[in-house]
Design a protein around this ligand. Structure first.
Ligand code: HEM
Length: 119
């Protein structure tokens, strides 16, 4: 489940840049297809994240809750950036939110929380 989670959020971040670039290049058709794939991938991030979350059973703690919120916040920012790009509107505030939320999720996930790949 950890592998699925990491693979899917890494793919989401890559797709964010590709979809954003394609919308900016006015390649709307291809961008729309990849945007849908990005949304499906975001669902996989959420499902794998929830599966990890429920594997905690009764060991809930504040950092874990904060990690889940940061993860969801990063995904919402990704969706807002891509929707804004599709309408050719600026999305600076969402880029800032994305960087903050994704960094929080990655730092908490890799360095603070116990499940996962790193010791
Ligand atoms: C772009 C969004 C996200 C990023 C960048 C991200 C990043 C990470 C990272 C780096 C880990 C640690 C993996 C490891 O230690 O090997 C992790 C674990 C986890 N993630 Fe996410 N995540 C995101 C979204 C989500 C979402 C939406 C949820 C919940 C719905 C979620 C719930 C969890 C849980 C419960 C864990 C296990 C924590 C632990 O290591 O004990 N994540 N995530």
């Amino acid at each position: 489940m950890v592998h699925l989670h990491i693979t899917s959020w890494a793919l989401a971040i890559i797709l964010l840049f590709v979809v954003h670039y394609l919308y900016k290049q006015n390649d709307g058709k291809f961008a729309k297809i990849l945007h849908m794939i990005l949304r499906l991938d975001s669902l996989i991030v959420i499902i794998s994240g929830l599966a990890l979350f429920f594997s905690y059973a009764n060991k809930l703690n504040g950092e874990l809750i904060f990690k889940v919120i940061a993860g969801l916040w990063a995904l919402i920012s990704i969706e807002m950036i891509t929707v804004k790009a599709s309408k050719n509107q600026p999305a600076k505030s969402f880029w800032i939110q994305f960087v903050i939320a994704a960094l929080l999720a990655i730092l908490l996930g890799f360095t603070r929380l116990p499940l996962g790949l790193l010791p």
